[in-house]
Design a protein around this ligand. Sequence first.
Ligand code: IPM
Ligand code: MG
Length: 354
Amino acid sequence: MELKIALLPGDGIGPEIVGEAVRVLDAVAARYGHTFTYEKALVGACAIDAVGDPYPAETHAVCCKSDAVLFGAIGDPKYDNDPNAKVRPEQGLLRMRKSLGLFANLRPLAVFDALADRSPLKTEIVKGADFLCVRELTGGMYFGRPQGRSEDGNTAYDTCVYTREEVERILHLAFKQAQARRKHLTVVDKANVIATSRLWRQIAKEMAPQYPDVELEFMFVDNAAMQIIQRPTHFDVIVTENLFGDILTDEASVISGSLGMLPSASVGAEVALFEPIHGSYPQAAGKNIANPMATILSAAMLLEHVGLRTEGKAVRDAVSKAIAEGIVTEDLANQGEKSYSTTQVGEFIAGAIE
Ligand code: IPM
Ligand code: MG
């Protein structure tokens, strides 16, 4: 198969971890006889520095003509603590999601048995946890207008908006994901307080008869935050709005023991985008210490998305092998045990595929 992949390494550790994912993709291409070509483009703080725009038109054009996008991370501390900054790297990410029509973010969470004791939660609680968060990605408070400040600067406002169409398309996707898994769907909302949540709940109930094989449950977001920690094995597919999904997926990531393990896929219109769920980890940038596994697993999701299931599985197996043999970066190494660099981990995984 010929695949054109847009590479958006972004900021911080982005270039290093995307570099390792490419090494692994190249190993897959060599082993299975595919041709993957890459085109790099700027996004985030590095794009602001270079051309004054966190998501330049050229980057959008590169994404549109590609079969898939592999994205690293964005964010730079020099923008985080400046509430007056006019352009922010995050605006690039939001514009990219919106303009590529990526309305659904799929964040699978599974515990690697060999890492169960790395979780801050008790092993008996996390063992066997395996669920998928479906986060709505282009609506809600992130995009609702008006948003801003009063003239005197002392009042600020955001708007949370959802239309029936937006809710239906994400719920259809979540119901289908549940059908392909263990047929259990949890709609997370705050229907006891906010109107958009009541719309979500109403629409989910209306749609349920179309998916009679899926068991549907509703959970308030505050309770869900607790249940995810208390009994993560309860969940199969969780679907929720943009802001709740942002928060719950960071929370859920601790179950696996390291934020550095979790991949994600953003899908919707034509082109899909794959990225680790962690951020740009600026303190580690350029040190060759960041964990590349989440990005490599995102590349596995990319392969599976285009139908290369065997290849995706080969990547997953190679990652599991690295974990089992202790070829891991410092975030996963046991106390007192040797840890490996970003490139060493990438080379091992690529080698395991060849
Ligand atoms: C994420 C991130 C982004 C978000 C930030 C960087 C804008 O936290 O992908 O979860 O809030 O969506
Ligand atoms: Mg987040």
